[in-house]
Design a protein around this ligand. Structure first.
Ligand SMILES: Cc1ncc(COP(=O)(O)O)c(C=O)c1O
Length: 475
């Protein structure tokens, strides 16, 4: 092919993707995937391509193969998991990120990517009310943000105990204790495992009905021995949305020299809302915080943020140096020093763009609207016979259970789930404390009061039908 032909073939592929992308949001789309594993394998599979295909034809085929397997998590009726909706401006910035093809490893690979991150980091610390000199890494999601923060924690508390982790690793190091809620998000346990902590080093503390760490047990456990200790608290429990009493926890960890990490995958954004900030009072005294921009901030996947008070510890834990990885004094930020990757996507552009569009006020409005919406939904449902709102709805999560003397509540809750899932809604049940619950998350940007009122009416109707069926066929 001649150069001009190659360019026009590439442009045709880009044009097709852009045109499709422009109309995608406006189309009526199925919220549930229509394809199953078999049909999707058939669509994507086949023999290894031996010869190439025209680029636009491949993009057309990709669209055709993928569409039946897409989930409508960018639609207002999606409440199944805590997922954001990839805001259009974030997508636009993300397109450019791909078009530019920058490698955000070091400043010299992409000064623009490094500087956009730096600016976005400063704004995030400001909006979230965290120490302005904390250091910030842009990673794939809250799991890797937790991993990054806990790597810094491990390094720093061993350093304080006189152990050089960079030189000696975990061999011969003082044993580290990790204190964590039994209700912690599973990603924290995964991050700990990646960092060399087995279950024997992790003490799971009991939580209250909302999943908050029991303070008395924490205090007792914290002071039973003087081993280097990491405490992991939660801001925004996955089922209840509850916040640990982080201010009180920090009063225990700071004098004890323990490292307090806060998993705030979505709860951290409550800091942006003045009237909600009392829930997170004292959170700013922690040592590190992990959060997601791809949840409440609506940045396209994948976008997590690791924030560490002790910049040096962060830097030591993530250090990558080599003769070819320049960090000249005149250079700006080297992104690789803040996360576990070297070559990576320039994630800062999309975060920067979304923050520019929303501003401090827009972030607050978004979070406020969802929290008020969740409250409104819970209020409408809590008066209905047999519907139990299990959590105090203080954020955006609602945990429901459906009970009737004639049936098993787990089965009834599952029956309501089945009745709700249709062309407009995508919901899921989960197991929490040995019970099946219907867990609704209000977090997608376009979800407004009207959408939530429709959902409330539907839940009421489906529950009435479920009870009717129970009358006819008690189990
Ligand atoms: C409280 C909490 N922590 C951590 C995570 C993990 O986040 P990610 O899936 O972005 O890695 C989640 C995801 O829902 C979460 O809700």
């Amino acid at each position: 092919m001649k150069t001009g032909d190659v360019r026009s073939a590439a442009n045709a592929a880009l044009a097709l993707a852009a045109e499709y992308g422009l109309t995608w949001r406006d189309r009526v789309r199925p919220i549930h995937p229509e394809g199953d594993a078999g049909s999707l394998r058939q669509a994507f599979g086949g023999p290894t391509p031996e010869t190439g295909m025209p680029q636009d034809a491949v993009i057309a085929e990709l669209i055709q193969a993928a569409e039946p397997g897409l989930v409508g998590n960018t639609q207002p009726g999606f409440h199944a998991w805590v997922m954001g909706g990839s805001s259009p401006v974030g997508v636009a910035a993300d397109w450019l990120t791909s078009v530019w093809g920058q490698n955000a490893a070091i400043f010299q690979c992409s000064p623009a990517a490094a500087t956009a991150e730096e600016a976005a980091a400063t704004w995030l610390l400001d909006i979230l009310g965290l120490p302005r000199d904390a250091s910030v890494g842009f990673v794939t999601g809250a799991t890797m943000a937790g991993f990054t923060c806990l790597a810094a924690a491990r390094d720093e508390i061993l350093r304080r105990a006189g152990h050089d982790f960079a030189r000696d690793g975990l061999a011969g190091s003082p044993a580290i204790r990790v204190l964590i809620s039994e209700d912690t998000h599973v990603s924290n346990l995964a991050a700990l495992r990646y960092l060399g902590f087995g279950s024997a080093q992790i003490t799971k503390l009991p939580g209250d009905s909302q999943g908050r760490i029991d303070l008395a047990t924490l205090a007792q456990t914290l002071y039973t021995d003087d081993a280097p200790t990491i405490v992991i608290a939660t801001a925004g429990h996955i089922n209840s949305g509850a916040f640990d009493y982080i201010g009180a926890i920090s009063e225990m960890t700071v004098p004890r020299g323990a490292w307090l990490h806060v998993d705030a995958a979505f709860g951290l954004w409550a800091r942006a809302v003045p009237e909600l900030s009392f829930r997170t009072a004292g959170l700013e005294r922690a040592d590190s915080w992990s959060t997601d921009a791809h949840k409440w901030l609506q940045v396209p996947y994948d976008s997590g943020v690791a924030i560490v008070r002790h910049a040096e510890a962060h830097r030591r834990a993530m250090d990558v140096t080599a003769g070819y990885l320049s960090n000249a004094p005149e250079d700006g930020r080297n992104p690789t020093q803040y996360g576990p990757e070297l070559s990576r996507r320039a994630r800062g552009f999309a975060v920067w763009a979304v923050l520019k569009v929303l501003g401090r006020e827009g972030v607050a409005d978004l979070v406020r609207r969802h929290c008020n919406g969740a409250q409104r939904l819970a209020n409408r449902l809590s008066g209905i016979d047999g519907i139990h709102v299990l959590n105090r709805v203080t954020l955006n999560q609602i945990a429901l259970r459906f009970e009737d003397a004639r049936g098993d509540a787990d089965a009834l809750t599952a029956a309501v789930e089945a009745g709700l899932n249709d062309a407009e809604h995508f919901v899921r049940t989960a197991e929490w404390r040995g019970q099946r619950i219907l867990r609704l998350s209000v977090i997608e940007d376009g979800t407004d009061d009207a959408a939530l009122d429709r959902l409330a009416m539907k839940i009421e109707r489906v529950w009435a039908e479920t009870k009717q069926a129970l009358k006819r066929h008690p189990d």
